[in-house]
Design a protein around this ligand. Structure first.
Ligand code: MG
Length: 348
């Protein structure tokens, strides 16, 4: 058996500038990996590096030749464990870069067996939660419009980015435009512990489901303070990067928000999900602003999740890859008629 691997950088403008408490993003730089077997069958995966975790498209491209050499050395696309541990041995850190390769190899392995990836894992495709659609920070009228557009597109689960002096106004605007939607909020570390507890109180009045990452990850005691006093469940995102972080957050939040690009691969993501379950946490899978080259893979995990936040491709003006159709938030795994992750060039 032999494998041939290559990569390509893709720059994708966003539909709208996307703002969170830390800053604004107008384009996403992803790196797409293709791994091809001797019969010419190709698996595809994507890296969506996040500067918050020290990665950029440049750092991904810098380590990619070593990662692809490692895959070609193992040579067997079904040796998923060997490949992921080899990737970790070759490149420490750089989880988004490793993740792209892991996804491409998983895609290829499932394609060779002729099954969707979730079938290879034995998951029930009818058991997928809906994904939320994220409303970034903006002026209040734009936020109201975006929420109305999302409802119009069929979304019934919205996630609102907060962390401003207008938090209450923004939530009220979304509630006005989407009176029946399930709402979640994400402060991206912007609140103090006391502020978070106070805000959770009025967010509960507006029927919000949970608050995500209320306080900075560097303040684990603050997270515990919020968890013990908050009227709403607390989700940890920036505080929970890999499976190894799960024990430390287990007694200071209700929900672990895992992302493929944080964990560094699909096997590692499944390990993190198992770790969170073992610690009695609920599980959410989030994403960066990502092409379907990687979102389609995250969608395969959906039956393992309580909450999905996989709208990364929906925020793009145009995605060069198609995947599982998530346009109204429904993750239709049961309708997936393609083997692998379902990712493919958009023009196909
Ligand atoms: Mg988050």
């Amino acid at each position: 058996m032999s494998l041939d691997a290559e990569f390509e950088r893709v720059s994708m403008p966003l539909e709208n500038p996307f703002t969170i408490s830390r800053g604004t993003q107008t384009a996403a730089e992803n790196v797409v990996v293709r791994v091809t077997d001797e019969a010419g069958m190709t698996g595809v995966g994507g890296a969506a590096p996040s500067s918050h975790y020290g990665e950029t498209a440049d750092t991904v491209e810098a380590v990619m030749p070593d990662l692809l050499d490692a895959v070609e050395r193992v040579g067997d696309p079904h040796a998923l464990h060997a490949i992921e541990s080899e990737l970790r041995a070759v490149v420490e850190g750089n989880p988004a870069a490793r993740c792209a390769v892991s996804i491409a190899v998983h895609d290829l392995a499932a394609k060779r067996l002729g099954v969707p990836l979730h079938r290879l894992w034995g998951l029930d495709p009818s058991d997928a939660p809906k994904t939320s659609f994220t409303i970034g920070l903006d002026d209040t009228d734009r936020v109201r419009e975006k929420a109305a557009d999302a409802v119009e597109a069929g979304h019934s689960v919205l996630k609102i980015k907060l962390g401003t002096v207008r938090d209450r106004e923004l939530v009220d605007a979304v509630r006005e435009a989407a009176p029946d939607a399930r709402l979640r909020v994400d402060a991206n570390e912007a609140w103090t512990p006391k502020e978070a507890v106070r805000k959770a109180e009025w967010l509960a009045d507006r029927d919000v489901e949970f608050v995500e990452q209320p306080v900075p990850a560097e303040n684990p005691e603050g997270l515990r303070y919020v968890y013990e006093r908050s009227e709403l469940p607390v989700a940890a995102d920036e505080s929970c990067v890999t499976a190894a972080d799960v024990p430390a957050i287990a007694d200071r939040c209700d929900i672990a928000n895992l992302k493929l690009m944080k964990t560094g691969g699909l096997l590692e993501a499944r390990r993190a999900i198992a770790a969170a379950r073992a610690h009695g946490l609920e599980v959410m899978c989030g994403c960066m602003v990502e092409s379907n080259a990687s979102i389609a893979a995250a969608a395969q995990l959906a039956p393992l999740l309580d909450y999905a936040d996989l709208d990364g491709s929906l925020l793009l003006a145009e995605d060069p890859y198609a995947g599982i159709n998530l346009s109204d938030g429904e993750i239709r795994l049961a309708e997936q008629d393609r083997a692998g992750t379902g990712a493919r060039p958009a023009e196909e």
